[in-house]
Design a protein around this ligand. Sequence first.
Ligand code: UDP
Length: 311
Amino acid sequence: MRVLITGGAGFLGSHLTDRFLSDGHEVIVLDNLITGNLENIAHHFGNEHFQFIKHDVTNYIHVPGPLDVVMHFASPASPVDFDRIPIQILKVNSLGAHNALGLAMNKGARFFLASTSEVYGDPLVHPQPETYWGNVNPIGIRGVYDESKRFAESITMAYHRIHGLETRIVRIFNTYGPRMRLNDGRVIPNFVSQALRGEPLTIYGGGRQTRSFTFVEDEVDGFYRLLMSDEVYPVNIGNTVETTMIELAELINRLTGNEAGMVFLPLPHKDDPKKRKPDITRARSILGWEPTTSLEAGLEQTIAWFRQQMG
Ligand code: UDP
């Protein structure tokens, strides 16, 4: 297959690039590098099955030659970015999704949308099945991400219904692993870099809020299975082991041998979801997928990578 990945120099996009190339496919990465990093894909430069094009996909996308798959993974995704570059987020998930869909139509390619557990907002149903419509504040700080991803899902379904485009939608839950930015702002990169510097871990709010963390290799395997399936409706891909931020901090301090403890700070966004955990019944039954890497094993690999980056 000849696969185009928007956001392919980012955390998820670059792992996806690795997976397609190692399975013998051809990959074209489009990225404007606003949050992506060429170092994530540098090991493929010189590979004749790989091409990188620096491009902002909110502008018209022109790619010569045939395409079998368009994966729309471009979007800043850290809550820190919601404050910093909200308009870029809105644009890449609306104009960018529109351009990527148009490209897929034009090439007769299958379209795959990277959506998010944020479509559920601060959920009132727990765990979250795909049938839950969510609890999102459209004018809150997080709304720029949540609402634009909801729009991206809508336009994807409209292209499927009106144009008969082959489409897939994955709802990605918190994912972590090597190649997250050191200054990404999300909880695992923050805690790991603080721990490796011997600093106290910054817990926002009371630390009793929960997330369910998936190791990137498991997550990418879920994407791949969904792409190859016939499933048009959204599928949650995430881990079902739920952890409080205090438990996460304790675990990271133990694994790194950090003795500086924790410090409690105010929540940056008042809409910060209080809990999040996927119902993965559909992923299990339709894709035969479930995560296999424990949080401890995944964190050990992540810590080793951060340690190397921090020299
Ligand atoms: N968080 C924290 N300390 C940090 C960064 C984040 O306690 O240094 C909390 C944050 O308030 C949220 C959870 O960790 O409740 C997960 O935040 P993250 O930014 O990783 O992503 P989210 O799941 O909120 O999109």
